[in-house]
Design a protein around this ligand. Structure first.
Ligand code: NAD
Ligand code: IPM
Ligand code: MN
Length: 343
């Protein structure tokens, strides 16, 4: 029986995770789900962000389902770094998998793109880059303050995520990998990424490769998202590009992700790409589709492709049945999806 740790988190996190759990309970009956009350409320009550004892308990699960973390009442970064990034780093979730597709019934801001024409996946490096936390402040608070953020890139870390991207592309019909970086300016890290990419590409002669600078990629992702199949990139570029990808495929409320440890030495974590959305939290209007699609990624990872397919199809049908512009109720969408997967 699958043992899932649930970290609903802050803001709309609990609202969307409740719907994801409804669907999970139906599609994989007997799943043992354990809630962990990490996030802003626990921090205010106890001062704790992620106690070592909880980290050790989380490590005993098959996977983690996470809603969102971050709250305006908590200093920026405290929960994001101390909880979310700590989990990604501790559990060595180096493949941050973020699929994008344009579903029938949803609209892209691109008038010329038809459903089905956008179907790509961003393989975002999840444990290095500017997220590693290297750097610091000197002369803090003075007119002479200096702040540095260093990007950490190791051959080991870059190679393993590039290998994952090629292995994924080899299983997809279009067999194409795009490397996105900024090698014209970030010559140190960019050189490592470009050389490693070329070396791995040489092992896959039947996979098409391309390189784009991240500024150009940001433009093409809006104007020609159809051109992408697998995109591999570093942690920060991947963060930014996947919000753009979400925007062109119907919005951030539909974008799912998996923070994956492919070797399965540690639990992988599945979460919407979006955050805690304080602007709409507590109103019951958040779209739970991204959280539910994250459950599909979780099911796939745990070896239940048929259950994953049922969840994905249920979301596709639900999206196709929506009336554009009509108000959405989180609970109602969750109920409809749970009913659809049980049918
Ligand atoms: P956000 O994704 O929370 O919100 C951006 C915009 O998208 C808001 O207008 C919000 O209402 C809307 N939105 C997001 N999810 C939606 C949904 N499911 N349905 C409908 N609309 C939705 O990003 P932000 O405002 O930059 O960040 C808010 C907080 O969340 C910050 O504390 C940030 O650090 C945190 N954050 C956490 C995660 C995560 O836990 N993985 C991801 C991103 C941001
Ligand atoms: C995401 C978020 C996180 C990130 C933040 C909250 C640390 O934006 O999951 O996309 O930057 O990875
Ligand atoms: Mn992000």
């Amino acid at each position: 029986m699958a043992r899932i740790a649930v970290v609903a988190g802050d803001g709309i996190g609990p609202e969307v995770v409740a719907q994801a759990r409804k669907v999970l309970d139906v599609v994989l009956p007997g799943t043992e789900a354990t809630e962990y009350d990490l996030g802003a409320a626990r921090y205010h009550a106890t001062g704790e962000v992620l106690p070592d004892s909880v980290l050790a308990e989380l490590a005993q699960h098959d996977a983690i389902l996470l809603g969102a973390v971050g709250d305006p009442s908590v200093p920026p970064g405290l929960l994001e770094r101390g909880l979310l990034l700590k989990l990604r780093f501790e559990f060595d979730q180096y493949v941050n998998l973020r699929p994008s597709r344009l579903w029938p019934g949803t609209s892209s801001p691109l008038a010329n793109v038809k459903p089905g024409e956008i179907d790509f996946v961003v393989v975002r490096e999840g444990t290095e880059g500017l997220y590693a936390g290297a750097g610091g402040n000197m002369h803090t608070g003075t007119a002479a303050e200096v702040a540095t953020e260093e990007s950490l890139n190791t051959r080991y870390g870059v190679e393993r995520v590039i290998r994952d991207a090629f292995a994924r592309a080899a299983r997809r019909p279009r067999r194409k990998v795009t490397l996105v970086h900024k090698t014209n300016v970030l010559t140190h890290a960019g050189g490592l990424w470009a050389r490693t990419f070329a070396e791995v590409a040489a092992e896959y002669p039947d996979i098409t490769t391309e390189y784009q600078h991240v500024d150009a990629a940001s433009m093409f992702m809006v104007t020609q998202p159809q051109r992408y199949d697998v995109v591999v990139t570093d942690n920060l570029f991947g963060d930014i590009l996947t919000d753009i990808a979400a925007a062109v495929t119907g919005g951030i409320g539909l974008a799912a992700s998996g923070c994956i440890n492919p070797e399965r030495r540690h639990p992988s974590m599945f979460e919407p790409v979006h955050g805690s959305a304080p602007d709409i939290a507590g109103r019951g209007v958040a779209d739970p589709a991204a959280a539910v699609l994250s459950v599909a990624l979780l099911l796939d990872h745990l070896g239940h492709p048929e259950a994953a397919r049922r969840v994905t199809e249920a979301v596709g049908a639900e999206l196709a049945g929506r009336t554009p512009g009509a108000p959405l109720r989180t609970e109602e969408v969750g109920d409809r999806l749970a009913a659809a997967v049980s049918a």
